[in-house]
Design a protein around this ligand. Sequence first.
Ligand code: ADP
Ligand code: ZN
Length: 719
Amino acid sequence: MKNIINVALNLPLYRTYSYLIPEEIDDIKPGVRVEVPFGQKKLVGICVRVDKNSKHKKHTYKLKYLNSIIDKKPVVTSEILKLGKWASEYYQYPLGQVLFSCLPSKIKSGGDIKITDDREYIYIATGKALDSYFRNKHAQKKLYNKIESSEGTEVDVRKNKTILKSLLESGYISRELKERERKITKKIKLSKDQELAYRKIMKNTSSFAPTLIEGVTGSGKTELYISITKEIVDNNGQVLIIVPEINLTPQTILRFQDYLDFNISIYHSALTETARLKAWASCLNGEVDILIGTRSAIFLPFKNLKMIIIDEEHDSSLKQSEKFRYHSRDIALVRAKNNSIPILMGSATPSLESLYNCQIEKFSHILLKNRFHNTKLPSVTVVDTKVDTVRDGFSSTLIKGMKKELDDKKQVLLFVGRRGFSHTLLCNVCGWTSKCKKCDVHMTFHEYENKLWCHHCGLQTKVNFKNICECKSESEIIPIGMGTERIEKRAKELFPKSKVMRIDSDTINNISKLNNFINQSRDGKIDILVGTQMLVKGHDFPNLTLVGIIDIDSGLYSLDFRGTEKIAQMIIQVAGRSGRHSSEGRLIIQTRKPKHPIMTKLLENGYSDFSKDVLKERREAALPPQSYLSLFRVSTNNKGEGLIFLNKIKNIYRDTITILGPAPAPILKKNNRYYYQLLINSHNRKFLLQKSSEIREYILKHKKSNFRWSLDIDPIDLY
Ligand code: ADP
Ligand code: ZN
């Protein structure tokens, strides 16, 4: 009988591998890293199961021995191992790749976990009898004497690290963490509504209790999170807070730090490797009280996690859109359930999934209907651009509205769906348009850098207007569609005295730039903000009173059944930036479709009512959240090839499960590959997963080598 372990490797393979444990090793736990031989290579793997005295003798003679064990203590805790196994099965992604994606790079490659401990300590002489140890050890003796005579007060030991270590190890001195002086922090006084919500949530903190907080923009969800977090950490628990990608600015952290003097760490993809490793390790050893991070933080190990908060739970950046396509909120729910702890999900515009879970009483539902500062939600003006026509993006109503606010020294925000100058360029004479060579989309014109840029494959070409099209009609080339650059340019022409700033991923590509902009904006240095999505989320601009949505129409006719939900969320979120503090805010929307239900129902009755209607429609159409979907995508470099392949699959499975498609993906050609997709749909989640797995296996077995494929369980973006 042999001892065997199962090892998950960081490879795209849907299985684990067995290795023999050398006799001399008797202590190995699941979750440690091991080095194993794999073909000609040596790979780092994670032990996922230990099978002592394995009964399966049959094939053990074929097995190889593992080379070495890297860790004494697991780097993947039993909690994360369980969560990872669940995620691997649910999202049908290889276990090894799931587990490795939870680890910092240095740990993945087998590196040392050691990180410098920069906490401050007080050193104390233990009173151990001094013996021959100190003979001839002058420096040791000197430091010892210094520590002894300090009697527990602080001693500067920075230059004596090695000596200190040997004194500690030989037991002549001991150390204690220096009691940190607590900063004086602001106290929160909750409003009545916040207080009620707080009590409801804190009533039950020792079992799985999911709660959706649907609070209008400016209702003070953040202050509520802070109060709850304080209570949990005061009782020695750790709190994990997940925020959307773009919202993660030190501004959010600052708000927490204003109120709480705890050990707060951050975790997101823009951190340096060292910082990520440090955050990870300090979660693992229990040093962190509060961790604020983006979606991948859901896989961080904690010692005593007592609460998970998902801010902006509707936000699509919580779902990873490539490779391991998981939804951080959904994994958080499973984690909270595994740990029997509460989970809060907050949003002004909750996802229909979560609202549905409230309807069927899986989640408790807390409503915050009023803004904290008691200002009203913005009043809305819908501009029919068939009547009040726009010139370069601006209707006369919008211009008038802006003038009024700017004269009153208020701030204006203009929301534009797309960065760049124009959606495309068109020649009025020969009809040439700026189509991408490699994709089925138009290249966006970026005037500032004078280039055409494909936002799908990244192709960029310099623009020379003289011979851009065949007929060489330089003066007839016109920009079609509105991008941020074009609106910025026009705003400057219309309001030459105002300071205009453009905020999109071209101008703001790192956190320090984002902060710089936020500070300028708060200090009143900017009058007109022009921006994309980036401006919508979470920010609090005290002086902003008018939001203009330049063009909503392209979003109204999305192919995606979630199109309406997404655009409604966007409108409410962007409108929510307006009039948060004192004066009443305004929202101006320009559209050719003023009778669209978004314009009538959403803006008149609010998101809460609107979402109920949309839920009803989803039920009638048997679409999520009333049913479940999996999305298969196949691409090859030959047109039509993927479609034939998916049709084969359809013919095999059509009698057992509802199949939608196959069809060309909404962008058929991307980077010279042709994409096709097929959806499967069922009311029964288990059944859907089982069929997804059958189809996945079929694909693996029958695909040609030039095929690329993907499977997305619970897809958010169908285009
Ligand atoms: P939400 O996240 O719900 O959109 P915020 O948390 O940003 O709203 O709150 C809106 C504004 O009200 C912020 O300026 C915030 O500081 C303030 N606020 C909310 N609750 C309180 C409170 N209890 N005490 C003081 N200020 C608060
Ligand atoms: Zn392209």
